[in-house]
Design a binder for this molecule. Structure first.
Ligand code: ZN
Ligand code: ZN
Length: 407
Protein backbone atom coordinates (compact mmCIF):
# COMPACT_ATOMS: atom_id res chain seq x y z
CA UNK A 1 0.00 0.00 0.00
CA UNK A 2 1.29 3.42 -0.88
CA UNK A 3 2.30 5.90 1.78
CA UNK A 4 0.28 9.12 1.71
CA UNK A 5 1.92 12.37 2.65
CA UNK A 6 -0.11 15.52 2.45
CA UNK A 7 0.80 19.13 2.84
CA UNK A 8 -1.60 21.59 4.37
CA UNK A 9 -1.85 25.34 3.99
CA UNK A 10 0.03 25.96 7.24
CA UNK A 11 2.91 23.72 6.20
CA UNK A 12 5.73 26.18 5.48
CA UNK A 13 8.45 23.59 5.14
CA UNK A 14 10.53 23.18 2.03
CA UNK A 15 10.68 19.66 0.62
CA UNK A 16 12.49 18.07 -2.31
CA UNK A 17 12.67 14.68 -3.96
CA UNK A 18 16.25 14.09 -5.06
CA UNK A 19 17.89 11.71 -7.52
CA UNK A 20 14.84 10.17 -9.18
CA UNK A 21 13.75 10.22 -12.80
CA UNK A 22 11.20 13.02 -13.17
CA UNK A 23 8.42 12.50 -15.72
CA UNK A 24 7.65 15.69 -17.63
CA UNK A 25 4.96 15.94 -20.35
CA UNK A 26 7.56 15.72 -23.12
CA UNK A 27 10.60 13.99 -21.60
CA UNK A 28 12.27 12.38 -18.62
CA UNK A 29 14.84 14.15 -16.41
CA UNK A 30 17.43 11.88 -14.81
CA UNK A 31 18.98 12.84 -11.45
CA UNK A 32 16.03 15.10 -10.89
CA UNK A 33 15.39 17.63 -8.17
CA UNK A 34 11.70 18.34 -7.52
CA UNK A 35 11.13 20.92 -4.80
CA UNK A 36 8.04 22.48 -3.25
CA UNK A 37 7.10 24.94 -0.54
CA UNK A 38 3.63 25.20 0.96
CA UNK A 39 2.24 22.68 -1.47
CA UNK A 40 3.47 24.55 -4.58
CA UNK A 41 6.25 23.34 -6.87
CA UNK A 42 9.20 25.72 -6.73
CA UNK A 43 11.87 23.91 -8.73
CA UNK A 44 11.96 21.04 -11.25
CA UNK A 45 15.44 20.46 -12.65
CA UNK A 46 18.52 18.28 -12.44
CA UNK A 47 20.11 18.23 -9.00
CA UNK A 48 21.53 21.73 -8.42
CA UNK A 49 25.09 22.27 -7.20
CA UNK A 50 23.87 23.84 -3.98
CA UNK A 51 20.80 22.95 -1.97
CA UNK A 52 19.66 25.23 0.85
CA UNK A 53 20.10 23.70 4.31
CA UNK A 54 16.49 24.06 5.33
CA UNK A 55 15.20 21.85 2.50
CA UNK A 56 13.97 18.52 3.78
CA UNK A 57 15.28 15.97 1.29
CA UNK A 58 13.75 12.63 0.28
CA UNK A 59 15.85 10.22 -1.71
CA UNK A 60 14.14 9.07 -4.92
CA UNK A 61 17.13 7.29 -6.46
CA UNK A 62 16.13 4.43 -8.75
CA UNK A 63 12.51 5.60 -8.85
CA UNK A 64 10.25 7.78 -10.96
CA UNK A 65 8.84 11.10 -9.81
CA UNK A 66 5.51 11.65 -11.55
CA UNK A 67 2.67 14.16 -11.42
CA UNK A 68 -0.42 12.84 -9.63
CA UNK A 69 -3.21 11.39 -11.77
CA UNK A 70 -6.27 13.39 -12.82
CA UNK A 71 -9.30 11.10 -13.20
CA UNK A 72 -12.26 12.63 -15.07
CA UNK A 73 -14.47 9.52 -15.18
CA UNK A 74 -14.78 7.51 -11.96
CA UNK A 75 -17.76 6.06 -10.07
CA UNK A 76 -16.30 4.83 -6.79
CA UNK A 77 -13.91 2.57 -4.93
CA UNK A 78 -13.28 0.85 -1.60
CA UNK A 79 -16.89 -0.37 -1.50
CA UNK A 80 -18.39 3.11 -1.96
CA UNK A 81 -20.09 4.63 -5.01
CA UNK A 82 -20.25 8.43 -5.29
CA UNK A 83 -23.97 8.01 -5.97
CA UNK A 84 -24.38 6.64 -2.43
CA UNK A 85 -24.72 10.35 -1.76
CA UNK A 86 -23.14 10.54 1.68
CA UNK A 87 -19.99 12.31 2.80
CA UNK A 88 -18.64 9.05 4.19
CA UNK A 89 -19.01 7.32 0.81
CA UNK A 90 -17.42 10.25 -1.07
CA UNK A 91 -14.47 10.19 1.34
CA UNK A 92 -14.02 6.42 1.11
CA UNK A 93 -14.03 6.40 -2.69
CA UNK A 94 -11.69 9.42 -2.91
CA UNK A 95 -9.26 8.04 -0.36
CA UNK A 96 -9.14 4.68 -2.12
CA UNK A 97 -8.18 6.39 -5.39
CA UNK A 98 -5.72 8.67 -3.60
CA UNK A 99 -3.77 5.63 -2.45
CA UNK A 100 -3.43 4.69 -6.12
CA UNK A 101 -2.05 8.13 -6.98
CA UNK A 102 -5.17 10.04 -8.09
CA UNK A 103 -4.65 13.53 -6.69
CA UNK A 104 -7.46 15.24 -8.64
CA UNK A 105 -10.81 13.52 -9.02
CA UNK A 106 -14.18 14.17 -10.64
CA UNK A 107 -16.94 12.08 -8.97
CA UNK A 108 -19.24 10.79 -11.72
CA UNK A 109 -23.04 10.38 -11.75
CA UNK A 110 -25.23 7.58 -13.12
CA UNK A 111 -28.75 7.55 -14.58
CA UNK A 112 -30.18 7.78 -11.04
CA UNK A 113 -33.20 9.89 -10.14
CA UNK A 114 -33.07 13.66 -9.91
CA UNK A 115 -33.17 13.41 -6.11
CA UNK A 116 -30.26 11.00 -5.94
CA UNK A 117 -28.13 13.07 -8.34
CA UNK A 118 -28.82 16.19 -6.25
CA UNK A 119 -27.98 14.26 -3.08
CA UNK A 120 -24.68 13.17 -4.62
CA UNK A 121 -23.74 16.70 -5.71
CA UNK A 122 -24.65 17.98 -2.25
CA UNK A 123 -22.47 15.34 -0.55
CA UNK A 124 -19.56 16.20 -2.87
CA UNK A 125 -20.06 19.88 -2.08
CA UNK A 126 -20.01 19.23 1.67
CA UNK A 127 -16.88 17.10 1.32
CA UNK A 128 -15.08 19.82 -0.65
CA UNK A 129 -15.96 22.38 2.02
CA UNK A 130 -14.51 20.22 4.82
CA UNK A 131 -11.07 21.77 5.30
CA UNK A 132 -9.93 18.83 7.41
CA UNK A 133 -11.06 16.09 5.00
CA UNK A 134 -7.47 15.05 4.28
CA UNK A 135 -8.53 14.19 0.74
CA UNK A 136 -7.11 15.08 -2.64
CA UNK A 137 -8.60 17.84 -4.77
CA UNK A 138 -12.19 17.09 -5.72
CA UNK A 139 -12.39 19.37 -8.71
CA UNK A 140 -16.11 19.02 -9.39
CA UNK A 141 -18.78 16.57 -10.45
CA UNK A 142 -18.92 14.85 -13.82
CA UNK A 143 -22.63 15.02 -14.67
CA UNK A 144 -22.46 11.82 -16.73
CA UNK A 145 -25.88 10.19 -16.45
CA UNK A 146 -28.83 10.60 -16.87
CA UNK A 147 -28.86 12.01 -20.44
CA UNK A 148 -28.06 8.79 -22.29
CA UNK A 149 -29.90 7.08 -25.11
CA UNK A 150 -31.52 3.88 -23.75
CA UNK A 151 -30.15 1.72 -26.59
CA UNK A 152 -26.59 2.52 -25.46
CA UNK A 153 -27.18 2.58 -21.69
CA UNK A 154 -24.46 -0.01 -21.04
CA UNK A 155 -24.57 -1.07 -17.39
CA UNK A 156 -26.57 2.01 -16.37
CA UNK A 157 -30.24 1.60 -15.53
CA UNK A 158 -32.09 1.89 -18.85
CA UNK A 159 -35.26 3.28 -17.25
CA UNK A 160 -33.17 6.09 -15.78
CA UNK A 161 -32.05 7.37 -19.22
CA UNK A 162 -33.92 10.54 -20.13
CA UNK A 163 -33.80 13.60 -22.34
CA UNK A 164 -32.30 16.81 -20.97
CA UNK A 165 -34.97 19.15 -19.63
CA UNK A 166 -33.81 22.56 -18.50
CA UNK A 167 -35.85 22.60 -15.29
CA UNK A 168 -33.98 19.44 -14.22
CA UNK A 169 -30.39 20.18 -15.24
CA UNK A 170 -30.56 23.78 -14.13
CA UNK A 171 -30.84 22.45 -10.58
CA UNK A 172 -27.59 20.52 -11.00
CA UNK A 173 -25.67 23.39 -12.59
CA UNK A 174 -26.93 25.92 -10.05
CA UNK A 175 -24.95 24.10 -7.35
CA UNK A 176 -21.84 25.46 -9.07
CA UNK A 177 -20.20 22.04 -8.77
CA UNK A 178 -20.63 20.58 -12.28
CA UNK A 179 -17.29 20.55 -14.10
CA UNK A 180 -17.93 18.00 -16.86
CA UNK A 181 -21.30 17.49 -18.57
CA UNK A 182 -22.32 14.56 -20.78
CA UNK A 183 -25.33 14.18 -23.05
CA UNK A 184 -26.06 11.90 -26.03
CA UNK A 185 -26.10 13.97 -29.22
CA UNK A 186 -29.33 12.51 -30.67
CA UNK A 187 -31.58 13.43 -27.74
CA UNK A 188 -34.21 16.16 -27.96
CA UNK A 189 -32.94 19.22 -26.14
CA UNK A 190 -29.25 18.23 -26.39
CA UNK A 191 -28.20 21.42 -28.20
CA UNK A 192 -29.66 23.66 -25.50
CA UNK A 193 -27.95 21.45 -22.91
CA UNK A 194 -24.57 21.72 -24.64
CA UNK A 195 -24.85 25.49 -24.91
CA UNK A 196 -25.86 25.80 -21.28
CA UNK A 197 -23.04 23.53 -20.06
CA UNK A 198 -20.48 25.35 -22.21
CA UNK A 199 -21.55 28.67 -20.69
CA UNK A 200 -20.92 27.19 -17.24
CA UNK A 201 -17.33 26.48 -18.28
CA UNK A 202 -17.74 22.70 -18.38
CA UNK A 203 -15.94 20.18 -20.54
CA UNK A 204 -18.93 19.18 -22.66
CA UNK A 205 -19.04 15.57 -23.80
CA UNK A 206 -21.14 13.02 -25.67
CA UNK A 207 -21.43 9.47 -24.35
CA UNK A 208 -23.73 6.45 -24.21
CA UNK A 209 -25.00 7.56 -27.59
CA UNK A 210 -25.90 6.14 -30.99
CA UNK A 211 -25.53 9.45 -32.77
CA UNK A 212 -24.58 9.98 -36.39
CA UNK A 213 -21.87 12.19 -37.88
CA UNK A 214 -24.49 14.87 -38.64
CA UNK A 215 -25.72 14.93 -35.04
CA UNK A 216 -22.14 15.03 -33.77
CA UNK A 217 -21.31 17.94 -36.10
CA UNK A 218 -24.25 19.93 -34.76
CA UNK A 219 -23.27 19.10 -31.19
CA UNK A 220 -19.65 20.04 -31.83
CA UNK A 221 -20.56 23.44 -33.21
CA UNK A 222 -22.56 24.02 -30.01
CA UNK A 223 -19.75 23.28 -27.58
CA UNK A 224 -19.42 19.47 -27.37
CA UNK A 225 -15.71 18.61 -27.66
CA UNK A 226 -15.16 15.21 -26.02
CA UNK A 227 -16.48 11.64 -26.22
CA UNK A 228 -16.61 9.33 -23.20
CA UNK A 229 -14.83 5.94 -23.16
CA UNK A 230 -13.98 5.46 -26.84
CA UNK A 231 -15.42 2.28 -28.40
CA UNK A 232 -17.62 1.61 -25.36
CA UNK A 233 -21.38 2.41 -25.46
CA UNK A 234 -20.96 4.61 -28.53
CA UNK A 235 -22.07 4.47 -32.15
CA UNK A 236 -20.40 2.78 -35.12
CA UNK A 237 -21.32 2.91 -38.80
CA UNK A 238 -23.21 -0.37 -38.30
CA UNK A 239 -25.20 0.81 -35.28
CA UNK A 240 -26.13 4.09 -37.00
CA UNK A 241 -27.24 2.10 -40.05
CA UNK A 242 -29.53 0.00 -37.85
CA UNK A 243 -31.00 3.19 -36.42
CA UNK A 244 -31.21 5.43 -39.50
CA UNK A 245 -30.93 3.06 -42.50
CA UNK A 246 -28.96 3.66 -45.67
CA UNK A 247 -26.96 5.30 -47.09
CA UNK A 248 -24.55 4.33 -44.36
CA UNK A 249 -23.40 7.31 -42.32
CA UNK A 250 -20.44 8.29 -40.22
CA UNK A 251 -20.68 7.68 -36.48
CA UNK A 252 -19.13 9.08 -33.31
CA UNK A 253 -16.03 7.07 -34.09
CA UNK A 254 -15.31 8.65 -37.48
CA UNK A 255 -16.26 12.08 -36.18
CA UNK A 256 -13.77 11.95 -33.31
CA UNK A 257 -10.99 10.59 -35.51
CA UNK A 258 -11.61 13.21 -38.20
CA UNK A 259 -11.60 16.26 -35.92
CA UNK A 260 -8.48 17.52 -34.20
CA UNK A 261 -10.67 19.61 -31.91
CA UNK A 262 -12.37 16.50 -30.46
CA UNK A 263 -10.77 14.67 -27.55
CA UNK A 264 -11.67 11.30 -26.09
CA UNK A 265 -10.63 8.80 -23.42
CA UNK A 266 -9.86 5.10 -23.07
CA UNK A 267 -10.34 2.63 -20.25
CA UNK A 268 -6.90 1.01 -20.29
CA UNK A 269 -7.60 -1.65 -17.68
CA UNK A 270 -6.64 -4.54 -20.00
CA UNK A 271 -10.19 -5.90 -20.21
CA UNK A 272 -12.13 -3.24 -22.09
CA UNK A 273 -9.75 -2.67 -25.02
CA UNK A 274 -7.02 -4.70 -26.70
CA UNK A 275 -3.42 -3.41 -26.98
CA UNK A 276 -3.81 -2.49 -30.67
CA UNK A 277 -6.88 -0.37 -29.93
CA UNK A 278 -5.05 1.47 -27.15
CA UNK A 279 -2.08 2.06 -29.43
CA UNK A 280 -4.39 3.09 -32.30
CA UNK A 281 -6.28 5.64 -30.17
CA UNK A 282 -2.98 7.26 -29.15
CA UNK A 283 -1.72 7.24 -32.74
CA UNK A 284 -4.86 8.93 -34.02
CA UNK A 285 -5.56 11.44 -31.26
CA UNK A 286 -1.99 12.06 -30.00
CA UNK A 287 -1.38 12.34 -26.24
CA UNK A 288 -2.75 15.89 -26.24
CA UNK A 289 -6.30 14.76 -27.08
CA UNK A 290 -6.51 11.32 -25.45
CA UNK A 291 -7.14 10.84 -21.73
CA UNK A 292 -6.79 7.74 -19.63
CA UNK A 293 -9.78 7.22 -17.35
CA UNK A 294 -10.39 4.54 -14.77
CA UNK A 295 -14.23 4.35 -14.96
CA UNK A 296 -13.91 2.47 -11.67
CA UNK A 297 -16.89 1.02 -9.84
CA UNK A 298 -17.08 0.63 -6.08
CA UNK A 299 -15.38 -2.77 -6.43
CA UNK A 300 -11.86 -1.25 -6.48
CA UNK A 301 -9.74 -2.85 -3.73
CA UNK A 302 -12.64 -5.10 -2.76
CA UNK A 303 -12.91 -8.89 -3.02
CA UNK A 304 -14.62 -10.50 -6.00
CA UNK A 305 -18.41 -10.50 -5.64
CA UNK A 306 -21.66 -8.69 -6.44
CA UNK A 307 -21.79 -4.92 -6.13
CA UNK A 308 -24.40 -2.23 -6.67
CA UNK A 309 -23.52 0.11 -9.52
CA UNK A 310 -24.68 3.57 -8.50
CA UNK A 311 -26.97 3.96 -5.51
CA UNK A 312 -28.32 0.57 -4.34
CA UNK A 313 -31.87 1.97 -4.92
CA UNK A 314 -31.13 2.01 -8.67
CA UNK A 315 -31.04 -1.78 -8.35
CA UNK A 316 -28.23 -2.31 -10.87
CA UNK A 317 -25.91 -5.10 -9.84
CA UNK A 318 -22.59 -5.96 -11.34
CA UNK A 319 -20.23 -8.81 -10.72
CA UNK A 320 -16.54 -8.18 -10.08
CA UNK A 321 -14.28 -11.14 -10.76
CA UNK A 322 -11.44 -9.13 -9.23
CA UNK A 323 -10.24 -8.02 -12.68
CA UNK A 324 -13.20 -6.23 -14.29
CA UNK A 325 -16.89 -5.49 -13.73
CA UNK A 326 -19.45 -7.60 -15.59
CA UNK A 327 -23.18 -7.05 -16.02
CA UNK A 328 -25.59 -9.96 -15.42
CA UNK A 329 -25.75 -10.52 -19.21
CA UNK A 330 -21.96 -10.83 -19.37
CA UNK A 331 -21.25 -7.37 -20.84
CA UNK A 332 -18.50 -5.17 -19.46
CA UNK A 333 -19.60 -2.97 -16.57
CA UNK A 334 -16.87 -0.52 -15.49
CA UNK A 335 -13.40 -1.30 -14.30
CA UNK A 336 -12.28 -2.34 -10.84
CA UNK A 337 -8.86 -0.67 -11.05
CA UNK A 338 -7.52 2.87 -10.65
CA UNK A 339 -5.39 4.97 -12.97
CA UNK A 340 -2.08 3.55 -11.68
CA UNK A 341 -3.09 0.20 -13.16
CA UNK A 342 -4.05 1.85 -16.48
CA UNK A 343 -0.67 3.62 -16.72
CA UNK A 344 1.16 0.36 -15.98
CA UNK A 345 -0.95 -1.54 -18.51
CA UNK A 346 -0.41 1.03 -21.27
CA UNK A 347 3.33 0.88 -20.66
CA UNK A 348 3.35 -2.90 -20.74
CA UNK A 349 1.30 -3.51 -23.90
CA UNK A 350 2.00 -0.51 -26.15
CA UNK A 351 5.07 1.17 -27.59
CA UNK A 352 4.09 4.60 -26.29
CA UNK A 353 6.82 6.56 -24.45
CA UNK A 354 6.28 6.62 -20.68
CA UNK A 355 6.02 10.42 -20.50
CA UNK A 356 3.20 10.41 -23.06
CA UNK A 357 1.31 7.73 -21.11
CA UNK A 358 1.69 9.73 -17.90
CA UNK A 359 0.63 12.86 -19.74
CA UNK A 360 -2.63 11.15 -20.76
CA UNK A 361 -3.35 10.42 -17.08
CA UNK A 362 -2.43 13.89 -15.81
CA UNK A 363 -1.83 16.94 -18.02
CA UNK A 364 -4.26 16.09 -20.83
CA UNK A 365 -7.33 15.59 -18.59
CA UNK A 366 -6.26 18.73 -16.68
CA UNK A 367 -6.09 20.70 -19.94
CA UNK A 368 -9.41 19.37 -21.22
CA UNK A 369 -11.13 20.44 -18.00
CA UNK A 370 -9.32 23.80 -17.85
CA UNK A 371 -7.39 23.21 -14.62
CA UNK A 372 -3.90 22.79 -16.10
CA UNK A 373 -2.63 26.00 -14.53
CA UNK A 374 -3.08 24.38 -11.14
CA UNK A 375 -2.14 20.77 -11.70
CA UNK A 376 -1.39 18.01 -14.22
CA UNK A 377 2.39 18.25 -14.56
CA UNK A 378 5.60 18.86 -12.63
CA UNK A 379 5.86 22.54 -13.37
CA UNK A 380 6.87 25.42 -11.10
CA UNK A 381 3.82 27.14 -9.64
CA UNK A 382 1.51 24.15 -9.87
CA UNK A 383 0.21 22.17 -6.90
CA UNK A 384 2.76 19.74 -5.49
CA UNK A 385 0.71 16.67 -6.39
CA UNK A 386 3.66 14.34 -6.76
CA UNK A 387 3.98 10.55 -6.92
CA UNK A 388 7.00 8.37 -6.29
CA UNK A 389 6.76 5.25 -8.46
CA UNK A 390 9.09 2.29 -8.37
CA UNK A 391 10.71 1.02 -11.58
CA UNK A 392 7.64 -1.17 -12.19
CA UNK A 393 5.47 1.97 -11.92
CA UNK A 394 3.93 0.91 -8.62
CA UNK A 395 2.86 3.87 -6.48
CA UNK A 396 5.10 4.11 -3.41
CA UNK A 397 4.33 7.59 -2.10
CA UNK A 398 1.69 10.19 -2.79
CA UNK A 399 2.32 13.85 -1.93
CA UNK A 400 -0.79 15.93 -2.37
CA UNK A 401 -2.58 19.08 -1.45
CA UNK A 402 -5.18 18.30 1.13
CA UNK A 403 -8.67 19.56 1.68
CA UNK A 404 -9.61 20.35 -1.88
CA UNK A 405 -8.61 23.97 -1.29
CA UNK A 406 -6.61 25.95 -3.80
CA UNK A 407 -3.49 27.05 -1.94
ZN1 ZN B 1 -20.16 4.75 -19.41
ZN1 ZN C 1 -18.68 5.19 -16.37
Amino acid sequence: MSKLICHQKADTNRYALVGGTAILPDRLIENAYVEWIQGRLTRVSQIPKRIAKEVQLFDATGRYVSPGWVDIHVHGGGGADFMDGQVQAISTACLTHLRHGTTTIFPTTTTGSQESILRMIDAVDTTIRMSDSGLQTIQGVHLYGPYFTPEKSGCHRKQGCRVPVRSEYERYFKTGRIAIATCAAELDGCIEFYRYAKKQGCLVTCGHSNSSWTEMAKAHSNGMTHVDHFWCAMSSVASVRTRLGTPMQGSMLEFVLAHETMSTEVIADGYHLSPELLQFAWQMKKPSMLCLVSDTSRALDMPAGEYAFGHPDENVWIHSDGKVGLSPTGGLASSVVALDHCVKHMFKVTKIPLWEIVRMASLTPAQRTGIDRQCGSLEVGKRADVLVLDKNLRVQKVYYTSGGCAL
